[in-house]
Write a protein that binds this ligand. Structure first.
Ligand code: PSU
Ligand code: MN
Length: 306
């Protein structure tokens, strides 16, 4: 039955069958998170970083109504260029399939498709969360609910302050989702290494992290884990510069009445514009760093499951 929907490329399918390390990657970051052609360049480089660190990359998207796990360079180019690609979260998947559309998968839907394929590790830039002002707007990303139920570890650079970081952490706590700091006690804030918020657990090596994941899922404690890996020091942004940019972006989004799924892409593009592209460079570098950690984690996890 799954075969009717799921299309896993040969290399990825073989790796999964043989218990080799595989890392899932999302496509919203390509279609809606970064401008062309940097998006395509980044997506391809991320795949090569994963290979350099001993794992097989599996970029996920919906193409012509098929759930694709593992894309060709041409398919990645298409997602980066084509305007008609729908940002696809959990609620959207059935309709993208039924209408044979192209969908760029968010963290939530990438987790769903990765889990269907049997992939446990997923590397990206940032997760969605509880937005600032959510007590009025109710804008809470479906990523958080997904993390509470789907067994995939998500390596990210923490939560950026377009979100309410404190409320995002409270939500994750309620839902039983561990937030792990990779070599840090403090949750990173995406563009910067610090946020002022502590993580639940600090882990200093991929092996310990893999053991924790295995224990969680062996025991039937369903759901994901947020692995927060701080942006490398040399690419981190100045705290005041980025804080200002985000505050202005959030204000403009409010004034323009930007809502729903448009909110995150609007804020990302605004922040890039205000920082004259500096935020994009940081964004790209932190994704590279997360890809390397994801690959090494997948390697350790595959050793434990042998
Ligand atoms: N944060 C980023 N870049 C992104 C996203 C978040 O720094 O591209 C994307 C991810 O795909 C994430 C989605 O899952 O935005 C969240 O959107 P929403 O808030 O509408 O759920
Ligand atoms: Mn939202």
């Amino acid at each position: 039955m799954l075969k009717n929907y799921l299309d896993i490329n040969i290399e990825v399918e073989k790796a999964i069958k043989e218990g080799k390390p595989v890392v899932a990657l999302e496509s919203t970051i390509i279609s809606h998170g970064m401008p062309y052609p940097r998006n395509v360049e980044t997506a391809l480089k991320v795949e090569s970083i994963i290979r350099d660190n001993g794992a097989i990359p599996a970029t996920i998207a919906i193409l012509n109504g098929k759930l694709k796990v593992g894309l060709t360079a041409e398919e990645i180019e298409f997602l980066g260029k084509e305007k008609n690609v729908v940002k696809t979260s959990r609620r959207d998947i059935p309709f993208i399939i039924a209408n044979s559309l192209n969908g760029a998968t968010t963290v939530a839907s990438t987790m769903i498709i990765a889990a269907l394929a049997g992939i446990k590790v997923f590397a990206t830039g940032g997760i969605g969360g509880v937005h600032r002002g959510a007590t009025e707007t109710f804008d809470i990303s479906a990523d958080l609910e997904e993390l509470s139920m789907t067994d995939v570890a998500v390596i990210c650079a923490g939560a950026k302050s377009i979100l309410d970081i404190g409320l995002t952490l409270e939500y994750l706590e309620t839902k039983g989702v561990p937030v792990v700091g990779f070599k840090t006690d403090e949750l990173p804030a995406f563009y910067t290494r610090k946020s002022g918020f502590k993580v639940d657990y600090r882990v200093d090596c991929e092996e310990t992290l893999a053991k924790a994941l295995k224990a969680k899922w062996d025991l039937g404690l369903n759901g994901g884990v947020v692995v927060a890996n701080p942006i490398p020091e040399e690419y981190a942004m100045d705290f005041d510069t980025i804080t200002n940019a985000i505050n202005n972006a959030v204000k403009e989004a409010e004034e323009k009445g930007i809502k729903g799924k448009e909110s995150t892409p609007f804020l990302l593009a605004k922040v890039k514009e205000i920082t004259k592209g500096e935020s994009l460079e940081s964004n790209i570098q932190l994704v590279y760093s997360n890809a390397a950690v994801g690959a090494r984690l997948a390697v350790e996890l595959s050793k434990l499951n042998k």
